[in-house]
Design a protein around this ligand. Structure first.
Ligand code: MRU
Length: 353
């Protein structure tokens, strides 16, 4: 395996020779390979097909998609450039619906484009690339800040359950939920992780387990239906997950199955923490029912990797996310600190000053 993890650093996205390269997360952990992207259409396809996934990573990829589109069309005449940019924003915005970081990053890129529209196109394109780099660098710093806040919530020896992958692979680096584990370990705490396999796409089994194994952080893989049993037997001290979008009232959208884990944690009086950068909070939506939930291909439920196990003709549902009501969230861990029992007033405060 040619891996960029020799130093313990997973470079989910990287800029090489004027192109964006992204780890192909669809083939992990069996193979470690980068795919290369040259324009917005290609990046949108990479997001849609799950080469890159996880809310902050999707946002960063989209920012690079806009920059690539500008670079690819910088020498065309003004009208064609404007049309190509409009198409780039459109195709990226349509790539996946739930993670708000995608729209947050596109908005930042669009604001930059509007504010610098008077510049020669090559200059504007380079400015957009600089902003994409900044968004990615900022994401790592934010994750490290969240990690430091979150690490304080975990006791030495804590056994922590996580669902889906909210690691370095789901961000520009360090991770949100897994960033909390990494920071706790760096602070000298002995943390052991339980990773839900996360049916149907198996982000927990394939990505979270891989990241933790790479870094020698003790990890135990369980199927999703084992979490309740372990909680009942006192084997889980805390739950930490990431999120794709948090509504103004503190309702949390995350990978399908997260709600089930939150209900179980509540039943067993286990703290349920959500690592949540401010870029994932959508104050325009009053509550979680307004969050668009992606419905994915039935093939993900009827089989895996080309192997079908369900009968032909069976009806299938495949919502990719669910919403955990704010009342089940013990705290949001943000880069600005820990927000206990999140509600609208507390979230509004995060955006002040
Ligand atoms: O469908 P995915 O793999 O993009 O879903 C990812 C998740 O749900 C993550 O838990 C979430 O984006 C938080 S990532 C820091």
């Amino acid at each position: 395996m040619s891996s960029s993890t020799k130093t313990g650093v997973v470079e989910t996205l990287r800029w090489r020779n004027g192109r964006l390269e992204m780890i192909d997360q669809r083939i992990l952990p069996m193979r470690f390979e980068y795919l290369s992207y040259a324009n917005a259409d290609e990046v949108a396809q990479g997001i849609r097909s799950m080469v890159v996934r996880g809310a902050p990573a999707i946002g960063c990829a989209a920012a690079y998609g806009v920059a690539l589109q500008a670079l690819a069309h910088q020498h065309t005449e003004a009208k064609a450039f404007t049309q190509a940019m409009a198409h780039g924003f459109e195709v990226l915005a349509a790539s996946r619906p739930t993670a708000v970081n995608l729209f947050w990053a596109l908005q930042r890129m669009r604001q930059h484009q509007t504010a610098h529209a008077h510049l020669p196109q090559p200059e504007l394109a380079n400015g957009l690339l600089t902003l994409a780099h900044e968004i990615a660098d900022e994401d790592v710093r934010i994750n490290q800040a969240m990690g430091a806040h979150g690490a304080n919530l975990l006791a030495d020896g804590a056994r922590v359950l996580t669902h889906c992958n909210a690691g370095a692979l789901a961000t520009a680096g360090h991770g949100t939920a897994l960033g909390v584990f990494r920071s706790a370990v760096a602070a000298g705490k002995r943390i052991s992780v339980y990773a839900d396999e996360t049916r149907p796409f198996l982000q927990g089994a394939r990505l979270t387990a891989w990241e933790m194994v790479q870094e020698h952080i003790p990890v135990t893989l369980i199927t999703d239906n084992m979490a309740g049993h372990l909680m009942k037997h006192g084997e889980i001290d805390a739950v930490v997950v990431g999120t794709d979008r948090v509504a103004a009232n503190g309702d949390v959208a995350n990978k399908i199955g997260t709600y089930m884990v939150a209900v179980l944690a509540h039943r067993h009086q286990i703290p349920f923490y959500v690592a949540c950068p401010l870029s994932t909070i959508d104050m325009s939506l009053p509550h979680g029912d307004a969050i668009p939930i992606e419905e994915r291909n039935p093939d993900e439920v009827t089989g895996f990797g080309g192997q079908r196990w369900a009968p032909e003709g069976v009806k299938v549902r495949n919502p990719a996310f669910d919403v955990t009501p704010a009342e089940l969230v013990t705290a949001l861990i943000t880069e600005k600190g820990v927000v206990r029992q999140p509600n609208e007033a507390a979230l509004k405060k995060l955006f002040e000053a």
